[in-house]
Design a protein. Structure first.
Length: 234
């Protein structure tokens, strides 16, 4: 989906108007007529990607964090057969998961730089390929903060995992709205921040109350950052 109207922009904004503790910067990508300017959104994401893709520290989650998640997958999804990583920049996530789990894992990246990295496709992670539906044992992402509509995004990801599959999301202090500490964060690339309470409400809406969030102690990175797990209610 690459064409949006003023009604689309209004629908997305209205989805979050009743939330407390959410910062969504979609208005930074509205055109002169008030329509959501999807091209502007893609260009902003691409600029950040190109700036960071060859910079030191631009690899994404470090190996030990991926190893932490892989160990959790081995324990809780012993029959894992495939995975998807969204917003992977250099593709290190899928590379490391493939190595640790010995299963096929692909990554998506909205920037044209995707084609330079193995097992990476250029793709907007709000959208779903038909062959992904109900097929992935897990999804991993450190990039939900780049979503222009996290409810839509999470709903799409939820549709892609198997019945026993799980979604792993890295969340930290930088995923919290700045209004907790001062002025709201205004970035055309880092689109979305939410408090823990607001994030739980977003997950409930995305999963129509059929999903829960878990906070496993073994996936805690430090006092300000951890991997959270989304899974279907039993």
């Amino acid at each position: 989906m690459t064409k949006f109207s003023k009604a689309d922009l209004g629908r997305i904004v209205n989805s979050y108007t009743d939330f407390r503790g959410v910062n969504l910067n979609i208005d930074l990508h509205s055109d002169e007529n008030g329509n959501f300017d999807y091209k502007s959104y893609v260009e902003a994401q691409t600029r950040v990607n190109v700036k960071k893709v060859h910079s030191e520290g631009g690899d994404g989650p470090v190996f030990n964090r991926i190893e932490m998640v892989a160990n959790y997958i081995k324990k809780h999804i012993p029959d894992a057969a495939s995975g998807i990583c969204h917003g992977t920049r250099r593709g290190t996530e899928q590379r490391d998961f493939k190595k640790l789990l010995n299963i096929p894992v692909i990554g998506t990246e909205i920037s044209h730089t995707a084609e330079a990295f193995p097992d990476t496709i250029q793709w907007d992670f709000h959208e779903v390929k038909e062959e992904w539906l109900g097929s992935a044992s897990f999804i991993f992402s450190n990039s939900l903060d780049h979503s222009y509509d996290p409810i839509k995004c999470l709903n799409a990801w939820m549709s892609c995992v198997t019945d026993d599959g799980k979604i792993f999301l890295q969340r930290g202090q930088d995923d919290l709205p700045e209004q907790q500490f001062g002025a709201p964060r205004r970035s055309p690339a880092d689109m979305f921040q939410a408090t823990a309470e607001a994030f739980e409400k977003i997950v409930a809406l995305a999963g129509t109350d059929a999903w829960i969030i878990k906070y496993p102690e073994e996936l805690k990175i430090n006092n300000g950052k951890r991997i959270v797990v989304l899974e279907r209610k039993k």
